[in-house]
Ligand binder design. Structure first.
Ligand code: SF4
Length: 182
C-alpha cells in the first residue's frame, strides 16, 4: 500500500478529506499539522487539540505536529496583506513544508486538506502542490475533495469537534469580524 502524507489544516477538513482519499485509492496515511498562519496562539492550540482528539480514534493514522512559529507565515507573505496573493503564499509555505517532510521521511506522495474547502482555489492549490512536489521530488495527489466538505462538517458536528469561524490568519479574523465590531 502506498504511503501518503496529508497536510492537515484542522480536524473538520481532515474528516472530509479522509472520505475523499478513500475514493482516490488505498493508502497508508500519515498526517502533518503545520499551520504557522493561525492566529493567535490559543486558536492554534485549540485546532491542534481538536485534531489530536479526533485522530486518537484512528490509531492507524500517525500525525506529526510542527511547533508553532508565526514568523514563518509572516516571512512568507511579506507585504502581501490581501487575498489572493496572501493566500497563495500561505498555501505555498504549507505545501512546500509538507513536500519536504514527505521527502525526508521517504513518503512518495502528499496532499492537503486544503482541497476540501469550498473557500480555497483548487486550481491554484493544484499548481502550487505540483510545484512543491517537483521541488522536493515527491508526487502531489490532487482530487476534488470538495464533494466531501458537507459530510466532513457533519462528522465534525457529531463528534463535537471544534469548528472555527475564520480561515486562520490575523487578516482573516479581521475580515470576518470587522463589520460586526462597528
Ligand atoms: S485567509 Fe487563510 S489561506 Fe489566506 S492567508 Fe489567511 S490563513 Fe492563509
Amino acid at each position: 500500500m502506498a504511503r501518503i502524507l496529508i497536510h492537515i489544516c484542522c480536524a473538520p477538513c481532515l474528516a472530509g478529506s479522509l472520505l475523499a482519499l478513500e475514493e482516490v485509492g488505498e493508502y497508508k496515511i500519515e498526517g502533518l499539522f503545520y499551520n504557522p498562519n493561525i492566529h493567535p496562539l490559543d486558536e492554534f492550540k485549540r485546532r491542534q487539540q481538536s485534531l489530536k482528539e479526533y485522530v486518537s480514534t484512528m490509531p492507524e493514522i500517525k500525525v506529526h505536529y510542527i511547533d508553532y512559529d508565526p514568523r514563518e507565515y509572516f516571512r512568507a507573505i511579506g507585504e502581501k496583506f490581501d487575498p489572493p496573493y496572501r493566500c497563495y503564499s500561505c498555501w505555498q509555505l504549507r505545501l512546500e513544508k509538507t513536500a519536504q517532510f514527505a521527502k525526508e521521511n521517504n513518503i512518495p506522495l502528499f496532499t492537503s486538506t486544503l482541497l476540501v474547502s469550498p473557500y480555497q482555489d483548487q486550481e491554484k492549490l493544484k499548481q502550487l502542490g505540483e510545484l512543491a512536489g517537483e521541488k522536493y521530488g515527491v508526487e502531489f495527489i490532487f482530487s476534488n475533495f470538495r464533494r466531501f466538505y458537507s459530510r466532513g462538517r457533519k462528522i465534525a458536528k457529531e463528534l463535537n469537534l471544534y469548528r472555527q469561524n475564520y480561515c486562520g490568519c490575523i487578516f482573516s479574523e479581521w475580515e470576518r469580524y470587522r463589520k460586526l465590531s462597528k
